[in-house]
Design a protein around this ligand. Sequence first.
Ligand SMILES: Nc1nc2c(c(=O)[nH]1)N[C@H]1C(S)=C(S)[C@@H](COP(=O)(O)O)O[C@H]1N2
Ligand SMILES: [Mo]
Length: 324
Amino acid sequence: MHVIKRPAWALPESAATPEALAFGIDRRRLLAGTGAIAATALLPGAAAAQRIADAPDPTASLYPAGRNPAFTLDRPVTDEQVNLNYNNFYEFGSSKSVARAAQALKLRPWTIAIDGMVEKPFEIGIDDLLKQVSLEERLYRHRCVEAWSMAIPWTGFPMARLVEMAKPLGSAKYVRMETFKDPSVAPGQRQTWYPWPYVEGLTVAEATNDLAFLVTGAYGKPVAKQMGAPLRLAVPWKYGFKSIKSIVRFTFTDKQPKSYWEALQASEYGFWANVNPAVAHPRWSQASERVLGTDERRPTLLFNGYAEQVAGLYAGMEKERLWA
Ligand SMILES: Nc1nc2c(c(=O)[nH]1)N[C@H]1C(S)=C(S)[C@@H](COP(=O)(O)O)O[C@H]1N2
Ligand SMILES: [Mo]
């Protein structure tokens, strides 16, 4: 048998995946990278999905938006092709190769409900929402709990702006967010043992922190379906699973929301899920990360390098389970 000696952090990728919980993954396709994707994109199914789902995007002229220079990176932006072809989006399958399946998602009409403990619940279409906010580009790091990372030029608007529009009551402490649910377009949602729809949550204090960003675009254009179009979250100081995709509902509540991964495996995934290299996941170290699109492995930083902006949110909470 061929045995490779590795340093302790160099776990086989299969050990470091939440989906390794119970389900098989097609690692070969994942590792084959963009070449394999280019080949699969030629399959007739992909072309058909494109034709059915794609009307011209009415917001295309909003891109590229000006870059906010306050958000800088300590590493190069990840190649767009890497980001477009290596995705976590369980609605479309549990492998990283969901780009093609995700093209079946229909982006218009796209209605977002804002409800719960707010002055007056309402619904708003994505295009009307976009008329009420101003878009900017921010360079953010992204650290998946599986110990890989990327750096992305997101376009969007501060989540604080949405909270302001929602007018939450003083008693609302959390924002619960929900992804669309439509098993007719999302084959993963036909797997009824998963707790659909995908749910995530933040405290209102976290949601109004300047770093919490609602994403509508990436790489200078509307965000791709497989990356969570038409509206996703980016909370870069938390593990990637907090950054919920394709959001249709924001509910203000005084009850801590139970997120999708927590519902599946509470012993491994909690509510706070802040990045901390010193606290290992029960099945692997979080000390370092594999930088996608490179051969590099980097040490992971506390709060993914954003401690200065967010550490204050957790003052006096030492007894809470702050790290996933
Ligand atoms: N609705 C939904 N949102 C989701 C997920 C998902 O499976 N479904 N996966 C999460 C995880 S684990 C990560 S790492 C990021 C991946 O985003 P990306 O594919 O754009 O890199 O999306 C997050 N948001
Ligand atoms: Mo993730």
